[in-house]
Design a binder for this molecule. Structure first.
Ligand SMILES: [Zn+2]
Ligand SMILES: [Zn+2]
Length: 138
């Protein structure tokens, strides 16, 4: 059975699904565009209820903020302080592009090599020359 969406039903749906969205203008049909307001940042925007319900569209300003927060989480400042904080004896000498991109590093012994940032962050990769030497000395 198809639900006949009314103002009340839409309001109820927004509430019970914890969308943090409030209806601002009169609702006519799921395909028609209405005005909505975000309860978090109070931004108003226009979209159809179908987009909100079917495609999970949420406040454009909050979504943009979320994305930039995620991006900001690992940047060159974070990476540089990671190298210091965990006593890696490595320094970044190349440009930081992204965590899955190669970067040039330099260890305290002066070796310079290229690795992928995520390897250093998540797989504990160290200077390949120093690790080889340690292996040979064993
Ligand atoms: Zn918002
Ligand atoms: Zn080294």
């Amino acid at each position: 059975m198809r639900i006949k969406w009314t103002n009340n039903k839409v309001d109820h749906w927004l509430l019970s699904n914890n969308t943090q969205i409030k209806r601002q203008s009169h609702f006519t049909s799921v395909h028609d565009r209405s005005c909505w307001v975000c309860l978090i940042c109070k931004v108003e925007w226009i979209t159809s209820f179908q987009n909100i319900k079917g495609r999970g569209t949420r406040c454009p300003s909050c979504s943009a903020k979320k994305q930039s927060d995620q991006k900001r989480f690992i940047d060159e400042t974070y990476f540089d302080s990671f190298l210091v904080k965990y006593n890696t004896n490595m320094k970044r000498v190349g440009k930081f592009k992204g965590i899955h991109d190669p970067v040039t590093l330099r260890c305290d012994c002066g070796h310079i090599w290229e690795t992928v940032i995520s390897n250093v962050l998540y797989h504990n990769h160290k200077c390949p020359f120093c690790s080889n030497r340690k292996k040979l000395m064993k």
